[in-house]
Write a protein that binds this ligand. Structure first.
Ligand code: NAD
Length: 449
């Protein structure tokens, strides 16, 4: 669906009036149209700095260099494309002054669509309270910086990195300092050694030969994910309800995926999926639980059926499919599972008690599952989209839709491709340090932030 305000802004006749009224004029966000490249940082102006006693700076520098970048030796007056700051050494409020000094000097120099990645120490709950508080302070800093810079399309994200997971930063740097992070800002991810590391250091592009299932992929975000995974060389099965079979077949023929018409909420769905993937491919590597439905009503007006349907599709089906496919080994070692949550599950939403229940449940579900499947090198995460331009959001009343689009740091809705970029990254071998996380793709939405 077209963004009405952006259309008016870009029209030479109406643009000046829109701006005179003080309405937002969203920046054009940088997006990749191709797949991953080996040297995404070549030619970028990169500044890497660190607080004293930090432990991730070497890994940050190495990851940027492996991606073709050559970080500047010292700050310059030139515009910066990427700023990375290692705050893992901050253990007291005095140490955190380094953050102020670095970004006070750099903030105005960051180019439109620039990228900021800050690293903080991941402390366990029993750590010194002052060290814990100092690391958490970095999150408040990063989220605020994201709100200050978002209008320029600059993303600011934070990675809490455990000392024993520093070697897992490469993929994290590639994503959060790369073009694909377009609509992901203000996020705090944890990087840990929960999942067993693969034998060889994975590269982003190592998706060739992987088998992927994307549920609910006849259209919308699911379709964008399927296309993105195909672009990276995976074999993709697109699943949707039997009622969408014709659309699904046409879509699959166009993009080069395999169609599978199946209702995920059917009692036999887990067994049918296990049989299908074992027989055809010997297993499954990437499982994207994207299918989801809304049946919005206030709780007083909601029928039992509306409650039951949403719980069955958005939550029970996922846990049932995982129960079979993870336990019986259909999902192979080193696999990736991504569940589609929602900002509604984080903030709650009027008329969505059923939907928000399921989407909140998924955030706890992935956190709890991560430890159970990590021994097999499997990572499981949730992605929580904010306002993404799809059939689901096109159904919203005009004013709600317009508010949904603007209430974020980049003042516009995201595209299905933006959500697909985050989901695809989490499905790559290179994301082996990220598990149990819920990451929003919401342009740093103000709701529930
Ligand atoms: P969409 O409605 O455009 O597409 C969802 C697809 O899932 C449809 O093709 C539908 O037929 C399929 N589906 C529904 N029930 C199914 C079932 N029982 N079995 C198999 N397939 C089924 O939705 P979308 O906007 O692309 O959203 C995708 C996911 O992202 C959903 O889980 C949604 O809750 C979540 N999400 C979307 C947004 C957004 O802004 N669009 C925001 C937050 C979360």
């Amino acid at each position: 669906m077209a963004d009405f305000l952006s259309t008016l802004n870009r029209n030479p006749l109406t643009g000046p009036l829109v701006r005179a009224l003080g309405l937002p004029n969203p920046v054009t966000l940088a997006r990749a149209d191709g797949g991953y490249v080996a040297t995404p940082f070549a030619g970028k102006r990169i500044l890497v700095q660190a607080a004293a006693h930090s432990y991730a700076e070497t890994a940050l520098l190495q990851a940027l260099r492996n991606g073709g970048g050559e970080p500047l030796a010292a700050p310059t007056e030139a515009k910066l494309d990427i700023v990375a700051f290692d705050a893992s050494g901050c253990a007291t409020p005095d140490d955190a002054r380094a953050l102020y000094e670095a970004f006070h000097a750099a903030a105005r120099k960051i180019a439109v669509n620039g990228r900021v990645l800050i690293v903080a120490a991941l402390c366990d709950a029993a750590a010194d309270p002052l060290a814990l508080a100092t690391a958490r302070g970095v999150e408040g800093f990063a989220r605020s910086l994201g709100k200050e810079l978002g209008r320029k399309g600059i993303t600011v994200n934070l990675a809490y990195v455990a000392r024993d997971a520093v070697d897992r930063l490469e993929g994290v740097v590639r994503f959060f300092c790369g073009v694909q992070t377009t609509y992901v800002s203000g996020q705090a991810v944890t990087v840990r050694s929960t999942a067993t590391a693969p034998a060889a250091l994975p590269l982003n592009a190592a998706m060739a030969g992987k088998v992927a299932l994307v549920t609910g992929s006849a259209r919308g975000i699911g379709l964008a994910v399927a296309e993105r995974l195909l672009q990276e060389g995976a074999q993709v099965v697109c699943l949707d309800v039997p009622a969408m079979e014709q659309e699904l077949q046409q879509t699959c023929a166009r993009i080069g995926a395999l169609p599978l018409a199946l209702d995920i909420a059917g009692a036999d769905a887990p067994a049918r999926l296990a049989d299908y993937f074992r027989e055809r491919f010997g297993g499954l590597d990437i499982l994207i639980h994207n299918a989801g439905i809304t049946r919005d009503r206030t709780i007083a007006n909601m029928s039992e059926q509306q409650w039951d349907q949403v719980l069955a599709v958005n939550f029970r089906a996922i846990s049932e499919i995982d129960r079979v496919l993870l336990q019986d080994g259909t999902v192979r070692d080193g696999g990736r599972v991504v569940c589609l949550s929602s900002i509604s599950g984080i903030a709650g939403n009027f008329g969505q008690t059923n939907y928000a229940y399921t989407k909140a449940a998924l955030t706890a579900y992935v956190a709890a599952q991560a430890g159970r499947v990590g021994g097999r090198g499997i990572c499981i995460n949730a992605v929580a989209p904010g306002f993404i331009e799809t059939a689901m959001t096109a159904k919203m009343p005009f004013m709600m839709r317009e508010m949904g689009r603007r209430l974020n740091s980049v003042q516009q809705g995201g595209q299905p491709r933006d959500a697909a970029e985050l989901i695809t990254f989490l499905a790559t071998p290179a994301a082996y340090g990220i598990t149990g996380n819920t990451i929003r793709v919401c342009g740093q939405g103000l709701i529930g932030a």
